[in-house]
Each structure stands twice: as C-alpha cells, then as structure tokens.
Design a protein around this ligand. Structure first.
Ligand SMILES: [Zn+2]
Length: 428
C-alpha cells in the first residue's frame, strides 16, 4: 500500500520542519517529504489541505486493564481509543491482574495488541513482584520479552533500600524506572489535595509533601546509583523544582505532566465530583501554574494521559472511597492544543510534548516524521471545534472530568506503519 498525503502542514518537532508539503509513504515508512519520487504511484491519496500532518502521538502512561479487568477497558477498546485520538504508540502500565511482573503477561499483551493492530503497544514491567514493594522482578527477562521501562505505577516503592537495589540493577542495563511518587504515611486516608477546599468539604487531605519527599528521595537515589528515573504525573510546584534542580546537576531525571493537572485544580472537585478524583490529586492554582511552566520550559518533556478507565460503578461510590483516575486518550490532542490557545506553548513545542518528547524518554523509534522513519502519522484539522461527549468515545470507560468542554483540533486520520488505523473500517 502506497499512500500520498497531499498538501498538509507538515510539522515534525524533532527536526524543526514546519512547511506545507506532500508526504509519500511506502512499505510502512516515509519515503519522501516534499516531491514524491517520479515513479511513486499512490494506491491511496489523502487530501490534507488545511490539515496538520504530524508524527503519531506517543502516550507513555496508559492503563489498558487487560489482562484482568476487561470490563473497564481491554487492549482492543484501548487501541481504538488511541487511534481515534491520534495516538500511535501506547506504553501500558503493569498494574494488570495478574500484574505484568512476568514474561507470560508481557507476551500476552504484545500478541493481543498485534492482533488488534491499531496501535503500537509497549508494555511497562513491574519493578517489584505483584507491585508489593518487596521483591524485585526479573527486569532483564521482562525487557527481553518486550518491556520498555519499569514501574509500579499506581503505587510508590515505599522501601528506600528496595528502590536503591532496583536502581542499581536498572543502571547496569540502562533501564528506565518510571516512578509514582507518594509517601504512604503522608497520603494515608487522603481523598484530595490538602488545603482550604478539602477543609470546607470535610475531606481528609493529601499534602504536597507526600509527592515532594519521594521525588527528593528518588533523585538522591538516582544520583547514588547512576540509575535513570522518570517522574510520572508531576503535580506539585515543589516536585517541579526538585526535577529542575536534578537536571541542572546533570542527573538523568525526566518527568511528565498529565492533562488534568495542566487544566484543573482542587476546586474542580466541586461538589464531590468523582471524575476529579485521582492520584496524585488535583492541586492548587499555584501548582498548576508551576506544572505548566515546566512543560513550557522543557523541564517536563512529555504530556502523558495516565489514561485510567473505570466503569461507572467504581466512580459512583462516596468520593472518599471511589476509584482514582480519568480517561485521556481521546482528549490528549485537543487539550494539548488548548495549551497553544492559552499561549503556554507554540504549536510545534506542544506537539513535541506528545511525540518525540515521550518517545525519547522511552527510547522508542517513534514520534518523528522524517524520511526513512516509520509511517506513524496523525492528521488533524486544527480549526474544527468539538465537544467532549463521553457517549461518543471509544474507550470502554468514559470517566472524564472534561465532558462538555469545547476543544479545538479534531483528528481526521491516524496511520500506523502506513496503514490506516483511524477512521476505522478502512479496507486495505
Ligand atoms: Zn498511572
């Protein structure tokens, strides 16, 4: 299948390319940008007049729920949501049931994702067995099966000695550890951000310190061991500052922001809206501003959704008890583009945070649109406005706090390895 994408605005943040050009695709790779070779006979032409053509999005923090909780999401529904959102690479967290702490689970995820064929799914292996924080997994074996990083996400690694050993082991193979930073004794019993709003609502709070002390600990342990760490869903101004200081000292510390922490604050919990319950919690306006500034100045090189599907029942219990998390794959692009409208980032920089930024953290061959690269491509109409309507989403769960938001930028096509993954149902 040879595809010609004709006349779009081609933006490749990795190379700085930003021009109206044709993109020629053959054998799953980009053959040319600009004039196609004279003998290039396209089987399919996509008219991209007025559209942006960019690398397929890379979401490095997703919970696909398969195996074990397929009623919330499975690899097929998650892959459809990804494709509809312009996301061509998905890194999925290890807190499945059973946990992805063994080779057989990694292989099962990869083979199912390949059969579905709508997105490149990259499993993340657990740091500790059953995410219990006690015994290290066989990281080398998991990496051999296809894990691209290691994380106990959903939980921290509470014991500093275990974390030290995990980092020492990871450092010998240059594996990346992705860290959910939460100090259990400080966040225990908490339901939302500690502050005036929690007090008014009579809810127990989670202080910023819960996140900050663990980031500080792990930066120190990364320095001690030479291990590479990536801080997941950074939500506090103190956390941002610790990462910035670590980078200034030359340590291999990266981080990501989640869209909900870039747009919402603890007051969005409103009257106990369970869709605003997440870990780490929505923080103060000052924290939101700090996370935005860190995304703008490149301290945080990735925007990642922490896509965490839950069925309605799991979100309908009392606020203090109900499940944490929000879905995100289908709103990632629109919310990222909103950062452009709000003048936090220019368009190429915003796209960098969802393409080559996360791809480079994970070391994936993805997130770039250059000749010879794999043809993972997202096309979107930057002007079309749309309303976030949960009932029209492809994810099996639609726990989003952004329902009803008007977003600009609608995905029109998603190509994975040159094949059309979205719109669905395209005959090859
Ligand atoms: Zn997560």
């Amino acid at each position: 299948m040879r595809t010609l994408i004709r006349g779009g605005r081609v933006i490749d943040p990795a190379s700085g390319r930003d021009e109206v050009a044709d993109v020629a695709i053959a054998n799953g790779r980009i053959q040319a940008i600009g004039d196609a070779p004279g003998d290039f006979g396209a089987d399919r032409v996509i008219d991209a007049d007025g559209l942006v053509v960019c690398p397929g999005l890379v979401d490095m923090h997703v919970h696909l729920r398969e195996p074990g909780q397929e009623w919330k999401e499975d690899i097929e529904s998650g892959s459809r949501a990804a494709a509809a959102g312009g996301v061509t690479s998905v890194a999925c967290m290890a807190n499945t049931r059973p946990v992805n702490d063994r080779r057989s689970v990694t292989e099962q995820i990869k083979s199912t994702a390949q059969r579905v064929g709508l997105s490149r799914v990259h499993p993340i292996g657990a740091i500790t067995r059953d995410l219990a924080g006690e015994t290290l997994t066989e990281m080398h074996e998991l990496a051999g099966a296809g894990c691209v990083a290691f994380s106990d996400d959903g939980r921290p690694v509470p014991d500093a000695g275990i974390m030290r050993r995990a980092l020492e082991y990871a450092a010998t193979f240059d594996y990346l550890l992705i860290l959910h930073e939460e100090e259990g004794a400080l966040s225990a019993g908490g339901a939302m951000n500690e502050g005036a709003h929690a007090t008014r609502m009579g809810l127990p709070g989670i202080p910023n310190a819960s996140e900050d002390v663990m980031i500080a600990r792990d930066v120190i342990l990364a320095e001690l061991t030479g291990g590479r760490i990536h801080i997941a869903h950074v939500a506090t101004s103190g956390g941002v500052e610790l990462i910035r200081q670590a980078q200034a000292r030359g340590l291999p510390v990266t981080g990501e922001a989640a869209p909900h922490h870039l747009f919402l604050t603890d007051t969005d919990v409103g009257a106990f809206d369970s869709h605003a319950k997440m870990a780490p919690p929505l923080r103060s306006p000052e924290d939101r501003a700090a996370v935005r500034a860190a995304v703008a100045d490149g301290t945080l090189t990735a925007i990642a959704t922490d896509h965490a599907p839950h069925e309605a029942d799991a979100k309908s219990e009392a606020f203090a008890c109900c499940a944490n998390g929000v879905t995100g794959l289908e709103t990632l692009l629109g919310l990222t583009l909103r950062l452009v409208d709000e003048e936090v980032l220019d368009l190429p920089s915003a796209l960098a945070r969802v393409t080559n930024g996360p791809a480079e953290v994970l070391g994936l061959e993805a997130g770039r649109l250059g000749v010879g690269e794999v043809a993972d491509v997202c096309l979107f109409d930057p002007e079309t406005e749309w309303t976030v309507e949960p009932e029209r989403m492809y994810s099996r769960s639609v726990n989003t706090p952004f329902a009803g938001w008007r977003l600009r930028g609608r995905v029109t096509h998603t190509l994975v390895g040159g094949r059309l993954a979205y719109p669905f149902g395209d005959a090859e």
